[in-house]
Design a protein around this ligand. Structure first.
Ligand code: P6P
Length: 337
């Protein structure tokens, strides 16, 4: 746990200095994301009150449209990202197509070097039950030379990410990000409105005794996965069984807990949904980048998530992610070994 009073922006700038050719654009972009998520955090925390205060309906006290929270989060992020000037394209879980952004210039120097994928408010169906939900983002350098971004800029291997992170709106609002040199966590102090460093260089335990999966789908799993989960529930001191089942049903909440304490999160494919439910570009890839930077592992049960070739903005992938030894063991069961 870190006791230094370091704000997110100070940390981002310190990270930027580790890259000699950095122009500061990525730092600005990360700060813009954090600002947008502070506003989303306010709205998420107010959501319960809106119902209590009877403010639902088509307009709120300011005469503004009261939107569904995930639409609100999407609109807030799109506005912040367009203003930033650092993006040539924006892809969102809430938008069927990507949003091309006209290139901006600083004098003669072109800006708009990046593209971003985000899930603006993953797990939003849980908000009424006051369960933690989250924003997930993934940033790449553009591959095209100039002009508004293209689909080619958006469909890159996860290994090409330059930064990724999530903001979890729970008992407190926490931002976790990596720009390729470790994983760092910040807690929003609402009294000063700053994200303050709480954990530098997070490392996920190599093995733990927690597994996260929706066992309601058991009958649709393949045999190797059934054997693995059955084994996790067996009583065997030699192999550290039984494990504890922890499943919130909110990806960011389950992932964040396992990142800090260790464990394996699984959303497998099954007979009904062979590719599972989670999306490669704005859920699996950013969390895979983070978990690998924290010493963990992320695969689709066979291949490294970051090496899956993206063919569609919203393509799904099975996801096995968390403590390295637990994910490797799950893969052995899936391979029938
Ligand atoms: P299931 C939330 O709807 C979500 O997209 C993720 O946040 C979560 O991990 C998953 O779906 C839960 O899905 O099928 O177990 O309810």
């Amino acid at each position: 746990m870190n006791k230094k009073f370091i704000t997110l922006y100070r940390h981002i700038i310190d990270e930027e200095r580790k890259y000699p050719d950095a122009t500061g654009q990525l730092s600005d972009l990360l700060a813009d994301i954090a600002l947008a998520c502070k506003v989303i955090s306010l709205e998420v925390n107010r959501a319960g009150l809106i119902d209590i205060m009877g403010l639902t309906g088509t307009e709120n006290v300011h005469g503004e449209q009261v939107k569904k929270l995930d639409e609100f989060a999407h609109d807030m992020l799109v506005r912040a990202m367009k203003v930033s000037g650092h993006l040539c394209a924006i892809a969102s879980e809430e938008s069927e197509d990507f949003i091309p952004v006209n290139e901006k210039f600083m004098g003669e120097r072109p800006m708009s070097k990046y593209i971003i994928h985000f899930d603006p408010l993953d797990g939003s169906s849980n908000i009424d039950a006051n369960i933690s939900i989250g924003t997930i983002f993934s940033i790449y350098k553009r591959t095209t030379e100039s002009g508004p971004g293209t689909l080619e800029d958006c469909l890159q291997l996860g290994t090409k990410q330059v930064a990724a992170g999530y903001i979890i709106y729970g008992s407190s609002t926490i931002m976790v990000y990596t720009s390729g040199k470790g994983v760092h966590g910040f807690t929003l102090d609402p009294t000063v409105g700053e994200f303050l460093l709480f954990y530098e260089n997070i490392q996920i335990p190599k093995r733990a005794k927690t597994y996260s999966i929706n066992e309601g789908n058991y009958s649709k799993w393949d045999s190797g996965l059934k054997e693995y989960v059955d084994d996790l529930k067996s009583a065997n001191k030699d192999t550290g069984r039984p494990y504890s089942a922890r499943y919130v049903g909110s990806l960011v909440a389950d992932f964040h807990r396992n990142l800090l304490y260790g464990g394996i999160f699984m959303y497998p494919g099954d007979t009904k949904n062979p590719k599972g439910k989670l999306r490669l570009l704005y859920e699996a890839n950013p969390l895979a980048f983070i978990v690998e930077q924290a010493g963990g592992r992320a695969t689709n049960g066979k291949e490294r998530i970051l090496e899956i070739v993206p063919l569609d903005l919203h393509q799904k992938t099975p996801l096995f992610i968390g403590s390295e030894e637990d994910v490797l063991e799950a893969e052995r069961f899936l391979a029938g070994k």
